[in-house]
Design a protein around this ligand. Structure first.
Ligand SMILES: O=c1ccn([C@@H]2O[C@H](COP(=O)(O)O)[C@@H](O)[C@H]2O)c(=O)[nH]1
Length: 290
C-alpha cells in the first residue's frame, strides 16, 4: 500500500481480527495481565541455569508453559536475547512461535525507532508475515518523531498486528524528556498522535496502536492533562511488582482508562521459578490483585 494512504486495520491470515480486538478478547477472557519474559543473568542463576543459550531456552519455554493458560500476553525482553547473539535471537524466534502455538499473544519488547527508511527494516523484522521474528506486536520509541514510525504503523495495520508506543515510561529519568512542554508535553503529543492513528480501528473493541505508560507514573497523567480514555488503544503498563506499583496504585493512576490497561510484570513473577506450579501460582496471585 502506498505510504500516506489510510489503512482499514485489516485482519491477519491465520489470526482472525485485528490485534486490538484479539487483545481485548484475551483480556476479557483471562484478565489484564501480561507476563514479561526477562531472562536476566541473575534470574538464570537463581533458577540453577547457566547464562548460556541452553539456559535461555529452558527459562523461556518454562515461563511460557507456566503462564500461557493465564496471561493475556507475554512480553519477551529482546535485549536479554540479543546479549546472547544470533543463537539468542534464534531462541526468541522459537519462543515467539511457541507463544503463537500456545494461543497467547506476544509483545516483543524491542523499543525500536529510527528514521523512516530504516524503520521500514525494523517493521519488516517484527511485523511482517513470514518473518522469523514476527510477533503479534512490538514496542516502539517515538523520539525520532511519531511520524517516523509510519512504516511500522502501516505494516501492523496491514497484517493485523499491533504496536505499543512509549509515552510515559516507568523509569524516573523518562520525565526529563517526556514531561517537557508542560500542558503541551511531549508525552501528550504522543498520546494524541496514537488516538488519531486509532481512528482507523473505529468499530473494534480496541485499536491496535497501544501506548506504554508506566504503572509508576503517579499523578503525571493529571499533572500533564493527558486523557488516556480518548486513545481507544491498549495501555501497556510496566512497573507492577519489582518496580513497586500495585494493582491499587494502577486503578488510581489510570482512573477511567483502567479497562484498557494491560499490566505487565516480569521479575515479580519470574522470581517464583523455576517450579512451573509456583510460577503459575505467582501469576494467578498477581492477576487477583488487578
Ligand atoms: O516504561 C517502561 C517500558 C518498558 N519496561 C520493560 O518492562 C519490563 C519490566 O520488568 P520488571 O522486572 O517487571 O521491572 C522490562 O523488560 C523493561 O524493559 C519498563 O519497565 N518500563
Amino acid at each position: 500500500m502506498p505510504r500516506g494512504m489510510k489503512h482499514d486495520g485489516g485482519a491477519r491470515p491465520g489470526a482472525p481480527g485485528t490485534f486490538g480486538s484479539r487483545l481485548a478478547g484475551a483480556m476479557a477472557a483471562r484478565g489484564p495481565l501480561c507476563v514479561g519474559i526477562d531472562p536476566h543473568p541473575g534470574l538464570l542463576a537463581a533458577w540453577g541455569l547457566d547464562d548460556s543459550v541452553q539456559g535461555l531456552r529452558s527459562f523461556s519455554l518454562a515461563v511460557l508453559e507456566a503462564v500461557a493458560p493465564l496471561a493475556a500476553a507475554v512480553k519477551p525482553q529482546v535485549a536479554l536475547y540479543e546479549r546472547h547473539g544470533s543463537a539468542g535471537l534464534a531462541v526468541l524466534e522459537e519462543l515467539l512461535a511457541a507463544s503463537s502455538q500456545a494461543g497467547v499473544l506476544s509483545i516483543a519488547d524491542a523499543k525500536r525507532g529510527d528514521i523512516g527508511s530504516t524503520m521500514a527494516g525494523y517493521a519488516d523484522a517484527w511485523l511482517r508475515d513470514g518473518s522469523a521474528l514476527a510477533a503479534d506486536s512490538v514496542t516502539l520509541s517515538p523520539y525520532l518523531g511519531f511520524e517516523s514510525l509510519r512504516p511500522a504503523l502501516d505494516l501492523a495495520a496491514d497484517n493485523g498486528r499491533g504496536v505499543f508506543v512509549l509515552a510515559l515510561t516507568s523509569n524516573p529519568e523518562g520525565a526529563s524528556v517526556q514531561h517537557v512542554g508542560g500542558a503541551e508535553s511531549v508525552a501528550k503529543h504522543i498520546v494524541q498522535a496514537a488516538a488519531v492513528e486509532n481512528q482507523r480501528y473505529a468499530g473494534q473493541a480496541l485499536g491496535s496502536v497501544g501506548l506504554v505508560v508506566g504503572a509508576t507514573v503517579g499523578t503525571a497523567l493529571s499533572d500533564l492533562g493527558i486523557d488516556l480514555a480518548a486513545v481507544h488503544g491498549p495501555i501497556l503498563a510496566p512497573g507492577l511488582g519489582a518496580q513497586g506499583a500495585t494493582g491499587a496504585d494502577m486503578r488510581e493512576t489510570f482512573g477511567a482508562a483502567y479497562p484498557a490497561v494491560l499490566a505487565t510484570s516480569s521479575r515479580g513473577i519470574l522470581a517464583a521459578g523455576p517450579d512451573i506450579a509456583a510460577l503459575r501460582a505467582a501469576t494467578a496471585e498477581t492477576l487477583s490483585g488487578l
